[in-house]
Design a protein around this ligand. Structure first.
Ligand code: ADP
Length: 228
């Protein structure tokens, strides 16, 4: 479970990115975070990942107050949290297989575990046949599938997706959403920041809308609510 309790974030330049926001996300939920540019969505995600610390309030992930984590405890948090971005962020000199296996190596998985788990996860995202390809040889949708495989290979409880369909055409975007839905059905909590109106309106999941650093809407089967 994720709890934001009276969280504010003021950057050093004085920008008040989040202003006293509170919400919780239960295990297994699928949540869209929407709002205009500059509303505070990325800041929310950075606080979750401990890339930024709150100016006030508490961010609690699975019972652990993230703001209180020491530097050497952050890898444990990150292991529990897979992340995908709009621009995929794959390692260009590594193959599909290596991009995914590398994520296991850095958390100290054994070679045996890696050999077992990587093919499983590549098969789940439908990319077994591309294991030896390099990122530049893949379509955008395929690259995002690799990024998803890498995010999920260590079995995190949360998947954080920051505008994951932003670089994809509508059809490919929908395929990625189907995959995210499937991943969520298997028990992973999904939190996705997005501007994709069609996707949010179609999926009928929980929507948290942020404007100017405050939550203006939190609906169980919500809609995007803005014109694109
Ligand atoms: P969104 O993701 O919804 O577009 P952000 O969280 O990126 O919104 O930004 C929220 C506000 O915080 C904006 O006013 C933005 O200019 C400011 N901001 C974001 N990151 C930084 C930063 N690293 N330093 C200073 N101001 C920032």
């Amino acid at each position: 479970m994720i709890i934001f309790s009276n969280v504010s974030k003021i950057y050093e330049n004085g920008a008040n990115a989040l202003d006293n926001i509170s919400f919780f996300i239960e295990r297994g939920e699928f949540v869209f975070v929407v709002g205009p540019s500059g509303a505070g969505k990325s800041t929310l995600i950075k606080l979750l990942m401990h890339e930024e610390t709150p100016t006030a309030g508490d961010v609690i992930v699975n019972g652990v107050n993230v703001s209180g984590l020491k530097q050497n405890q952050i890898p444990f948090l990150r292991r529990n949290m897979g992340v995908v971005f709009q621009d995929f962020r794959l390692l260009p000199k590594k193959t599909v297989y290596e991009n995914v296996s590398f994520a296991m190596e850095i958390v100290g998985a054994s070679r045996r575990e890696i050999r077992r788990q990587v093919p499983n996860i590549l098969s789940m995202v439908g990319l077994s046949h591309k294991a030896k390809a390099y990122p530049t040889q893949l379509s955008g949708g395929e690259q995002q599938r690799v990024a998803l495989a890498r995010a999920l290979v260590n079995n995190p409880s949360f998947l954080i997706a920051d505008e994951p369909t932003g670089n994809l055409n509508p059809r490919t975007a929908m395929e990625i959403m189907e995959l995210l839905s499937e991943i969520n059905k298997r028990g992973t909590t999904v939190i996705m920041a997005t501007h994709a109106k069609d996707i949010v309106d179609q999926m009928k999941k929980r929507v948290i809308a942020i404007e100017d650093g405050v939550i203006v809407r939190d609906e169980a089967r919500g809609v995007y609510g803005y014109e694109n």
